[in-house]
Each structure stands twice: as structure tokens, then as C-alpha cells.
Design a protein around this ligand. Sequence first.
Ligand SMILES: *[C@@H]1O[C@H](CO)[C@@H](O)[C@H](O)[C@H]1NC(C)=O
Ligand SMILES: *[C@@H]1O[C@H](CO)[C@@H](O)[C@H](O)[C@H]1NC(C)=O
Length: 369
Amino acid sequence: MHLSLTHSLLALTTLGGVLGTKNPTCDLNILAGQHVIYSWDYTLPNPPDELYDLTRAGLVGGVMLYDLHVNNNTPAALARLQDAYKASPAYKLFRKQSGRDTGLLIMTNEEGGTVFNGVHNGGPALSAKEVGASSDPATVGWQAGVQAAAALKKYNFNVDLAPVMGVYREEGNFLDSSNRSYGKTPQRVVKATLPFIKAQRARGILVSIKHFPGLGAARKDQNTDAAPVTLNVTLDDLNSIDLLPFKAAIKAGVDMVMPSWAIYPAVDDTRPAGLSRKWMRDILRGQLGFRGVTITEAMEAGAILPYGGVEERAKIAVQAGNDLILASGLDVTEGEVIRKALVAGLAEGELDQGEFRMATDRIIALRSL
Ligand SMILES: *[C@@H]1O[C@H](CO)[C@@H](O)[C@H](O)[C@H]1NC(C)=O
Ligand SMILES: *[C@@H]1O[C@H](CO)[C@@H](O)[C@H](O)[C@H]1NC(C)=O
């Protein structure tokens, strides 16, 4: 499946960066693959052979697991996946170009508590709500971060898709009903989450804050996994409540940001935040100065189904400013369909090659830690 797209490739390689210039083996399939996070059916005892084959071919940027994937085989299965990557032309290419060793991103939601607790027989016993409500959220948040990092490392994960930065508005709403918000004020959320983030990063775990600019205003039934969600939050409230924890975390240092699939009409009334250049480029990178890696929410989520098939959705997500595309639909094929759509989008000029190259450089830099 190697496309020979000489001038696309030239355009991609003249920009330099981590990958350097003019590499004849630098192929669009490999470049696009680095932008895709794959998943597989959790009823299988191990990741499928197809995923190992794709990884060995250099076409996989990382994988995402849910708690139901995690079993006693997981540490060895994930170590074998890293070995498959190390044997790939992608690993060799990035080693040659950057002089650095890179690994796959291996991620889960380790939020603590019982709901999104990726490593279900480890990790913080306390939920975000309990951490935030404690008498000393900073110390308890730090301890939760230490526990999260230990559990993730034990199973060979290197990315935590947590913490949730949303400031919940009402008891029992979407975030609060599952104990996923640290507090009702931005100050309390900041107090608990910054140490949670710092403790994990100090232990070599990459951290992604979510769901930018926050789901704190979502009512109980407003779930972007299921259906489109519009959050009618005023610009004043966005600035004085929802955005504050994101600003604080970006200022303190954080590796990744995951945007929300909700629509916030105060800023963009046509596109969910994660498909919106206004949110992703103008606000997140422009106003908030975020320089790290962006990663989408689930590409199969109900909230984004109105924007086309998965190929179209993935291209819109990249155009908006997402570096990594999360194919978390429990099927390796979803990741492959997305990777091929990105290759086609680059070849046909639908995706900006300069922007894509800069995103690849950010991803490779993140994976070189
Ligand atoms: C939230 O926390 C409360 C109190 O600890 C607990 O009773 C409840 O089961 C939790 N809810 C969920 C969805 O985990
Ligand atoms: C959204 O908020 C604006 C301003 O407060 C209001 O005029 C409008 O009716 C609201 N729309 C919905 C759907 O709640």
C-alpha cells in the first residue's frame, strides 16, 4: 500500500523539523499513521495480530484501552506492541532524523474512582469528586497522581487521558453524576488537578487534560458519546469559569489537550469545539498559547455523526487542529480507515501539508521523552 506521491512528499519534507529534510523512505502512509490512535475488541484476550502487523509496518501512532481491555496479559501484550514498533521503519526513520528513540503512545482514562478507571484493579481509589471535596485537595490530588502513575506504569501505559477539567454547575449533572468533576469552582478544580498532573508527569506519564473548554455545564442527559450536545454558556462564563482550569494547567505545563465534542454557540455555533478552528487554533493555541499535542475525543461519538462518515470527520478534525485522531471504536479497521483518509486528504490537498508536518513534529517530540 505504498503510494508514490513525490511532490506531496517533497512539500512535506522541505519543512524540516524533527523529521529533517528530504528523506526518500519517508512515506505518507507512515507519516499519517503517527497521527492515529488505534483500538481493538476488548473481548479478545490479547490485541489482534493485525494490530501487531500494522505496528511493525510503522502505521500506528499509539493505542487506547478501556478498563475492560485490561487483564493479566496486558503488560506483556503492550510490551510486545512496543517491540513491534521498535522493529518498524517508522522507529528507524525517527531515530535517524531526530537521533532520538521514540515509542508508541499507550493510553487509557485513569481518572480514579469507579467510572473511568482504566486500570480497574489499581489507580486512585478516590474519584475526582472525592479528591476535590477533601479538606486538602492539593495533597490528595498529588497522592491520586502518584497512584495513577504507578498503576499506569505497572501495565505499560504511558499516557493518562485525565484529569477532567470541567467545573460542574449543578449537583447530579453530566460530570457530577459520575463523580468526574473536581469541583464547582475553577479554584477548587485547579487546586486538585495541578498536583494530579504534576505527580504523573514527574513519573514519566504524559497527561492529557480534557474536555476543552469543559463539560461542566452539561445536563445529566447531555452526553456527547450518544448525541449532539449544545452548551449555551455565555462568553463571560466561559472566560471566568470554564477556561480557567485549562489556562492554569497549560501555564503549569501539560503534554496534551483533548477537546470536547459539545457545541458552544458563544464562540462557534456550527461546530463542536473539537471540530472548530476557532476553538482549536484561535483560542487554544492562539489565546491560551498551548504548544503541545492535541488529541480528539472518540471519533465514533454520537455528537459528531452529523459531520459525515468517519473519513470526513477525521479530515475535519485535522483541519480544525487536532494532531492525534482517536479511533477508539474497538475495531482496528476504524484506525485503518482513518489513516487512509488522512493519506488521501494530504495527497489531494484537502489537508494542509505544512500544518500536518508541524503536527507530526509535535507528536514525535512527545514520543521522544
Ligand atoms: C459517586 O460517589 C458516591 C459517593 O462516594 C457513590 O455512592 C456513587 O456510587 C458514585 N457514583 C458513581 C457513578 O460511581
Ligand atoms: C442561549 O442563551 C442566550 C443568552 O442567554 C439566550 O438568549 C438563548 O435563548 C439561549 N438558548 C438556548 C437554546 O437556551
